[in-house]
Design a protein around this ligand. Sequence first.
Ligand code: LMR
Length: 396
Amino acid sequence: LFTAVEMAPRDPILGLNDQFNADTNPNKVNLGVGVYFDDNGKLPLLKCVQAAEKAMMDKPTARGYLPIDGIASYDSAVKTLVFGADSEVVTSGRVATVQAVGGTGGLKIGADFLKKLNPDAKVLISDPSWENHKAIFTNAGFEVGTYKYYDAANRKVNFDGMLADLNAAAPGTIVVLHACCHNPTGYDITAEQWAKVIEAVKSRDLVAFLDMAYQGFGQGLKEDGAVIGKFVAAGLNIFVSTSFSKSFSLYGERVGALSVVASDKDEAARVLSQLKIVIRTNYSNPPTHGGAVVSAVLNDAALRAQWEEELGEMRVRIKAMRQKLVDGLKAAGVKEDMSFITTQIGMFSYSGLSKDQMMRLRSEFGVYGTDTGRMCVAALNSKNIEYVCKAIAAVV
Ligand code: LMR
C-alpha cells in the first residue's frame, strides 16, 4: 500500500523545532517559530491564565461535548474583541463566529467553506507570506497565486505593486491579508494604504480574508485591530481568522476563531450553519480547555485588564529587543545599517540574510531562523542577544 509514498519535506517552520531540539550546541537559540519567550528564555504562563485556571480547578467540571461552533461565551468575546461590543455588525447579529483549532483552524474552516461557495475562485496571498497560507488554501483545492508585497532592495512594502496586483485580480478572487504584524516581513501598510486596499477589494469585488494572529503585538490591541473596522465600515463581507496562541501564550491549546461578516442576521445564520458542517466533518467540535480559559479572562473585567497589561509587557519587551539587536549587530562589527529592524513590527524580523547564511547560522552557531531569513525577535533576551549578534556578524 505505501511503497510509492514519497517522503514529504519537513515543515519550513515547525520542522525547525525538531532540528533545534536535536541540536547539542549548549548555546543554541530558537528564532525559528513565532513564539514569545520572556527575558529568561521561558515560555510565559500568563498570570491571568493561571488565575482563570485556578478558579476552574476550584470548581472542577466534567467535559461534555461542546457545541459544534464552540463555547458561546467564547464566541461572543471574540466578536467583541475583533469588532467592538458596540459595533453595528455585532449588535445586529450579522457576524458568524466559530471557535477554531487555532488561527490555522480558522483559516482552514474559511477555506473549506469558500471552496464550496465559489469553487472556481483563485486565492492571492502576499509575496512572501506565512508558508502555511499557501499550503492551507492549496489543500482546500484552490489555485494560489501571490500579490506583490515586499520590496527587498528598499526594505519596505512595494505598495504600488500590491495595489496593481489587487486591481488586476478577477472578481471573486480571495485575497488573504495580514491584519497586523505581517508574517514574515514585519512590515505593515499604513492607514492610508489600507484605505486604498479596501477600495480595490470593493471595486474589484474581491473577497478579503484577514488573518489576525498577532493582535496586540504591534501597536496595541485596538490599534492592531482597527483595520477590521475599516473593512466593516466599507460594507464588505469579510472573513477574519484570529488566534490567542501568542496573545495568551496558549500555543498548545489551539485557541482560535473564524468570524464571517454577512449582510444581515439571516444570512449570518445560514453562513454559520455551513461553517458548522465544515467543522463537524473535520473534527466534530472544538476542545474545551483553551476556549474556557480565554472566555473566563475576556469576560471578567479584572482578568481582562490583567491580560492587557501582560500583553503590553510582551509587546514592549519585543520592541526593546529590536533596538538591542540593532545596537548589538553594530557592536559586533556589522557594517550595514541594520536600523530597519526597529521599523519592523510584531514578532518577526525579515533579516535579509540568504538561505546559505541562515544554514550557516544553524550549523555553526545553533541559531535557528527560517530559510527565508525570518527571525523571531520575541525569542531574543538579554542573555542570548550578544551571542546571536556575534553569530550573525560572522555570517554576513
Ligand atoms: C509562525 O509563523 O512561526 C507561527 O505562526 C507558528 C506556525 O504555526 O507556523
